[in-house]
Design a protein around this ligand. Structure first.
Ligand code: BGC
Length: 749
């Protein structure tokens, strides 16, 4: 009896511990941390405080103007408290030594960096990794990124980037998780968990920084840094949830964005930074600007000069000025003029010092700068292996049609003669994609290398570049065509180079850049079995390929292990399972295009001219959200609801049987969507509400079950309260957003 009681108590405790780790909680400083930091602030001069509110770049890897050339002298003078773009155990130790040995209060420096998809070992680009729909894998990518970065002296990384993006002209779609709010929110949380772990005192974890707050992904016309204009309803419903999810997962810091929201640039926007972030979301961490975005408020036309920009920013709640030297140059004067208060300064300094405290830097400022640890961690086999798995799972099979009676993919391993053609075929740098930062190009496995290793010495794998990413030069075509003529199989590695997506890389034409399309068409005329490998940072308009090419693999920018992962998929060692997280348009004219628009009052009707459509192109995308094929096939049947009605605080079970009807084992991402048929404001035609990634052996059937809670049906109603409304809902399950079965449920009062 006694034993039983003890056992029950222990199980209860375990249960409680488990559920604690599941609870999402914003960061809260402990009373001990606050006491330490407040004591320190009392000892600081105004200059020292302003120093802590200043973040300067070293002279490595800059993405904008380098205003402060002499940052080392600034560290010595206590005028800068944080540095970014400086890494390696050795270099950070050198700079840290200046701060803790030569300044009056010996406050350690905080080192930040853009570790976006890996530090030295590069994982697939964020858009690519989102196509895995695999939260455990994404968390692990982040965990290993943090491990390498932390071993290189870094404390803080400027990621996750969670900007929902629906315009592929915007080059930064490659840095995010695509167009969906729900999926993007889950990914945001997985990344924060991966970077920060469960204990920031653990020197293998690192501070995360969710960015770019807010709505940066909605830049007009897809032009980077451009104006954002949207209703508060759209902001709250579509764009804000992923930032909130990151904060609920404990994300320590937030980076403001370059754009304005409702006429006020984000770095001076009190509605975003005070009302939403601090008050509604109870955020207690650090707010940093994006690169010189404080200064840029002058160009925005919201303030007349930089001094006023600093005042606007501090009054709005910005703690740390990235690279702008605005606080550095003007804050003292602003205080003397009474435009800001010392209390506001203390508040900002507190948030910066808390970061250093939480990381344990006041106890040991060098705990991240350990050369032996750096050597043992970077490129560790477990990290490289994981990078290969992450790359395999990010690949999306877009097309695989029969060619002379047989599906082209996977390719047989006994082929003798392969022609590998294209500017990405034998290319290390572009495998890493944009924002590779400190990623080591020399470690990247090319497609050529991957294929050669997979086929061994019996096969002849010949390579020709064919053409470049830019310009009109077709001189390489002849060699490429001759190679293709002699091959059993032709593999074309086409797409964008690393600089053709990412920051400041908007494009108005989303076809294959340069003369690549011409080269593809010339090769196709030969009538050989041909596979297209696409490497790119965004959805492309590839209607010709979709119509004419029998096999297309979307491989994005897969990182260090790209070539190996591509070969694994080409030859069937891994059966592709990725699904698109951004819609592929047929043409730029359809943009913005995404899976969940509103129905309109005149939904598409082919028979009626006066319905919502184009004269010259279909409304349908080329490849919809959630789409991705496998080397096997799946059938869906027997969709069921366990009841037809829901009440308040209730839940309903939805299930479907999924069968692998092909000959190979394969993974399938089963997707659940919901449409609220009538609302006090109009609702999207569907919204993703759940998904499951399952593995099915050939011939196997599994019943996939989802639970839909009443609260999952909530939205911003007409009076802007977030709640579900009674009425009918269409529940849909399927293999992608345009291929679903449905049933109706009713929410009753
Ligand atoms: C980018 C940020 C980045 C920062 C620091 C800016 O140009 O917008 O995403 O974190 O530079 O490198």
């Amino acid at each position: 009896m006694k034993k039983g009681l003890i056992f029950a108590l222990i199980s209860l405790l375990i249960l409680e511990l488990k559920s604690q780790t599941l609870i999402k909680q914003p960061y809260q400083p402990s009373p001990k941390a606050l006491e330490f930091v407040q004591n320190l602030i009392q000892k600081m001069t105004l200059e020292e405080k302003i120093g802590q509110m200043t973040l300067f770049t070293s002279d490595w890897d800059v993405t904008g103007p380098t205003i402060r050339a002499n940052y080392q002298a600034d560290i010595q003078a206590g005028k800068v408290g944080s540095i970014f773009n400086a890494h390696t155990a050795e270099y950070t130790r050198k700079l840290q030594k200046i701060a803790v040995e030569q300044t009056r209060l010996k406050i350690p420096l905080l080192f930040g960096y853009d570790v976006i998809h890996g530090h030295k070992t590069i994982f697939p680009s964020p858009l690519a990794e989102s196509c895995t729909w695999d939260m455990a894998l994404i968390e692990k990518n982040a965990h290993y990124s943090a491990k390498e970065a932390a071993a290189s002296g870094l404390h803080w990384i400027f990621n996750p980037m969670v900007d929902v993006a629906r315009d592929p002209r915007w080059g930064r779609v490659s840095e995010g998780s695509g167009e969906d709010t729900y999926l993007g929110s889950l990914i945001a949380q997985a990344k924060v968990k991966g970077y920060q772990g469960s204990n920031l005192q653990d020197p293998f974890t690192i501070l995360a920084c969710v960015k770019h707050f807010a709505a940066y992904g909605a830049a007009q016309a897809g032009r980077d840094y451009h104006t954002v204009d949207m209703s508060e309803r759209v902001l709250r419903e579509t764009y804000l949830p992923p930032y909130k999810a990151a904060i609920d997962a404990g994300c320590f810091s937030v980076m403001t964005s370059f754009n304005e929201y409702d006429g006020v640039p984000a770095s001076g926007n009190a509605f975003l930074l005070q009302k939403i972030l601090r008050q509604e979301w109870n955020f207690k961490g650090l707010v940093v600007t994006d690169y010189t975005s404080m200064n840029e408020m002058v160009a925005h036309g919201i303030v007349a000069d930089e001094k006023a920009a600093g005042e606007l920013a501090l009054n709005a709640g910005v703690d740390l000025d990235m690279q702008g030297a605005v606080y550095y140059n003007y804050l003292k004067k602003s205080l003397a003029e009474g435009k800001i208060t010392e209390r506001q300064i203390n508040e900002a300094v507190k948030n910066v010092l808390l970061a250093k405290y939480e990381l344990g830097l006041f106890t040991d400022p060098y705990r991240y700068s350990d050369a032996a640890r750096e050597k043992a961690t970077i490129f560790a086999p477990e990290i490289m292996n994981h990078a290969r798995i992450a790359a395999q799972k990010s690949i999306v099979l877009l097309k695989n049609e029969p060619f002379r009676g047989r599906k082209i993919l996977p390719l047989a391993k006994n082929i003798q003669k392969v022609a590998l053609i294209g500017p990405l075929a034998n290319n290390q740098e572009d495998m890493l994609g944009n924002w590779r930062a400190a990623g080591d190009i020399s470690k990247a496995v090319t497609i050529l290398q991957g294929i050669k290793e997979a086929l061994g010495s019996n096969a002849e794998v010949k390579y020709a570049k064919g053409c470049d990413f830019k310009g009109n030069d077709t001189q390489g075509f002849e060699e490429a065509i001759a190679l293709a003529k002699n091959a059993e199989v032709v593999i074309l590695a086409m797409g964008e180079n690393q600089a053709q997506s990412g920051e400041a890389a908007s494009r108005s034409d989303l076809g294959l850049p340069g003369v690549q399309q011409q080269l593809v068409e010339a090769i196709y005329k030969l009538g050989k079995p041909t596979v297209i490998l696409l490497s790119n940072g965004r959805p492309l308009t590839i209607s010709w390929l979709a119509e004419n090419a029998p096999a297309i693999l979307e491989t994005w920018h897969l990182g260090t292990m790209a070539g190996k992962a591509i070969a694994d998929v080409l030859f069937g060692d891994y059966n592709p399972s990725g699904k698109l997280t951004m819609t592929f348009p047929r043409s730029v004219g359809q943009i913005p295009i995404f899976y969940n628009p509103k129905n309109t009052g005149r939904p598409f009707n082919a028979q009626d001219k006066y319905t919502s459509k184009y004269l010259d192109i279909s409304n349908e995308p080329l490849f919809p959200f959630g789409f991705g094929l496998s080397y096997t096939d799946f059938s869906y049947q027997n969709m069921k609801l366990n009841k037809n009605q829901l009440k308040a605080n209730d839940e309903i079970g939805v299930s479907i049987e999924v069968k692998n009807i092909g000959n190979l084992a394969g993974e399938e991402i089963v997707q659940l969507y919901v449409q609220d048929l009538v609302g006090s404001v109009t609702r999207p035609i569907k919204e993703l509400k759940g998904f499951q990634k399952i593995l099915l052996q050939a011939g196997e059937t599994k019943t996939v079950s989802f639970k839909l809670k009443t609260q999952d049906l909530a939205f911003y109603t007409q009076d802007m309260s977030f709640k579900p409304e009674a009425g009918k809902f269409k529940v849909m399950i399927g293999t992608h957003s345009n291929s679903t079965q449905d049933l109706i449920l009713e929410l009753v009062d």
